[in-house]
Design a binder for this molecule. Structure first.
Ligand code: SF4
Length: 184
């Protein structure tokens, strides 16, 4: 694999993702899951790891959690050109377990370069795994933005966590209301 600094475009990154065998998840993956949305987003959502539907289709957030992410995007008033979503790792861990530290580290050059090239105004970490991958030495409060590596970063609930606890959607919407400026 080339050095990530040699990946000049999103297409370079994506080609290297498809060819990657840097961790054992490459042996069980059906489809690598790369990105959905704009290539010049104001807001970049970072999810956790691909699940079953994503593995089968190669599309991020295409199942029930995807519908909840769509609701979040609508609530925030984002147009299609304003947002993109990627995951911390690009291959599904078997049985939907959380990715381990080695897998997160192996996939991090892709995550970092996608962020650099997409160059969003704000990063929304969807859940604790996204936080662990993006800023392993920092613990963020839900809904409280922080500046990390010269970018504004906000941690929200992962949409899958809202499927069975719809009451948390009110909290999530309140976090969005409090941070409207990040979505404008
Ligand atoms: S999860 Fe990332 S590092 Fe591991 S094989 Fe897939 S693309 Fe490569």
């Amino acid at each position: 694999m080339k050095m990530s600094s040699e990946w000049k475009t999103l297409e370079d990154v994506e080609k290297n993702i498809f060819e990657c065998t840097a961790c054992p998840l490459s042996e069980t993956v059906i489809n690598k899951v790369v990105r959905k949305g704009s290539d010049k987003p104001k807001v970049l959502f970072i999810g956790e790891a691909p699940g079953k539907n994503e593995d089968e289709t190669g599309v991020p957030f295409c199942g029930r959690a995807g519908k909840i992410l769509d609701e979040l995007i609508d609530y925030a008033g984002l147009e299609d050109r304003d947002w993109a979503v990627i995951n911390t790792i690009k291959c599904r861990p078997p049985k939907n377990r959380n990715p381990n530290k080695k897998e997160l580290e192996a996939c991090k050059p892709f995550l970092n370069r996608q962020i650099e090239l997409l160059d969003p105004k704000a990063i929304i970490l969807l859940g604790n795994t996204a936080e662990k991958a993006f800023c392993p030495d920092r613990k963020l409060e839900w809904g409280i933005p922080e500046e990390i590596n010269e970018r504004i970063v906000l941690k929200l609930y992962h949409p899958a966590a809202l499927i069975y606890t719809r009451s948390r959607i009110e909290s999530q919407n309140a976090y969005i209301d409090q941070n409207k400026h990040l979505f404008e």
